[in-house]
Design a protein. Structure first.
Ligand code: PEP
Ligand code: MN
Length: 264
């Protein structure tokens, strides 16, 4: 069902208030790796507004490699974020880690993110298939393109057609970068599926100094949007600071993304 053999016309994700993710457009989603505090949310929202960015990412439930690392503000953090985002007209993209969170998060979420560690959590995918809100599925850490499409098939066949695919880098033998952003996946996914494709250069390369280049490469590869991490002081971010842009870099990147897209 997610294949172009089934449906040729590109799928549009309409989040309301004129915010769409779709073929022929360029979605920009930016925000911190983790939601940290009210002050931090306010600062990010101001930055997004200044740069005409309408979708904010951020984790309140964080899948961390170490159980001792910061694991997010949870539902209370999401509620606080929702209030501030609502006021500012900003859409919320955040990770859902388990089935029981789907319902409690529902009123506050615009796009449920399925993280790379959960791409093959088939129970979670089944349940998200029953929801009438958009879902962005990230490619598994060691997942193939075909496996990503099959994960999407779980949600789509469950009845939820509001799906977005995200290339976020895969684990290879290369250790010079955190992950290897597989730009090949972009044109291949676009050719195989009618679903919008988003690129995450932050997790894709994992090194702040190269995020901009890889974001623009993603645009040129044919992505329908870019999702990246930004924070007022990346060095102080609770998670993923090493791959997070400061607001100056983020503002420049948002501008370059749009200009590169116009040239494409
Ligand atoms: C994130 O978006 O911060 C995240 C944890 O992503 P991924 O699941 O791609 O590692
Ligand atoms: Mn992150």
């Amino acid at each position: 069902l997610v294949s172009k053999k089934w449906k040729v016309a590109p799928t549009t994700i309409d989040l309301g208030d004129g915010v769409c993710i779709k073929d022929g457009d360029m979605a920009v989603i930016a925000g911190p790796c983790s939601i940290e505090s009210e002050e931090q949310i306010r600062k990010v929202i101001n930055h997004l507004k200044e740069n005409n960015i309408k979708m904010m990412r951020g984790g309140v439930f964080k899948p961390r490699s170490s159980p001792y690392a910061f694991r997010g503000l949870g539902l209370d953090g999401l509620k606080l974020w929702y209030e501030l985002a609502q006021e500012a007209g900003i859409k919320i993209v955040t990770e859902v880690m388990q089935v029981s969170q789907i319902e409690e998060m529902y009123p506050y979420v615009d796009i449920y993110q399925v993280g790379a560690r959960n791409t093959q959590n088939f129970n979670l995918l089944d349940e998200l298939g029953k929801v009438d809100k958009a879902v962005m599925i990230k490619r598994g850490i060691s997942g193939t393109i075909e496996e990503l499409l099959q994960s999407a098939e779980y949600v789509f066949s469950g009845g939820n057609e509001k799906l977005i695919l995200c290339e976020r880098g895969i684990r290879t033998y290369e250790r010079a970068s955190r992950n290897t952003l597989d730009l090949n996946a972009v044109p291949i996914l676009k050719a195989k599926s009618h679903l919008p494709v988003i690129v995450d250069p932050s997790h894709g390369i994992g090194l702040r100094e190269y995020v901009t280049q890889m974001a623009l490469a993603g645009v040129m590869a044919g992505a329908d949007g870019i999702i990246y991490e930004t924070h007022e002081i990346p060095e102080k971010a609770y998670s993923d600071g090493q791959q997070t842009l400061d607001f100056t870099q983020s503002g420049m990147l948002a501008d370059w993304i749009r200009r590169t897209f116009e040239m494409r």
